[in-house]
Write a protein that binds this ligand. Structure first.
Ligand code: ZN
Length: 126
């Protein structure tokens, strides 16, 4: 891969990373604010069970999003490391080149399409 292309991917990765870090921080604050609210403010006890359900659902959803964000962050950091090591663009599994279109869509993918398919199917036919 050309140095100019690598630089572009690095720029994209850093931009995604920045956005994710902002989102994760925001969502963590939201989750903390909500749980603090639930345990601390006893004057506000939900009357309807439906309300409680919604609150818990929101919090679970937020925590799920935080975990997804953290996984993505890890993948981005790994991709940045691979750029530094000049191994960026190679599949983690089979070491073949990952299609550029795939990298452009998700610059932090770790595997080529074949390996990802195999992983998703959960079968190892080799
Ligand atoms: Zn592969």
């Amino acid at each position: 891969m050309k140095a100019s292309e690598l630089a572009q991917f690095k720029k994209n990765l850093l931009a995604i990373r920045e956005k994710l870090v902002g989102n994760v921080t925001f969502m963590e604050n939201e989750a903390l604010r909500k749980s603090g609210h639930d345990s601390g403010d006893l004057s506000h006890v939900p009357i309807h069970m439906a309300d409680v359900g919604t609150d818990n659902y929101d919090r679970d959803l937020t925590i799920g999003l935080i975990q997804n964000g953290e996984e993505e962050l890890r993948a981005i950091d790994e991709a940045l490391e691979k750029i530094a090591n000049k191994t960026y663009g190679n599949c983690d599994e089979c070491d073949k080149k990952i299609l550029k279109a795939r990298l452009q869509a998700r610059p932090y993918v770790k595997c080529c399409i074949d390996c990802q398919r195999k992983e998703e199917e959960g079968t190892d036919e080799s």
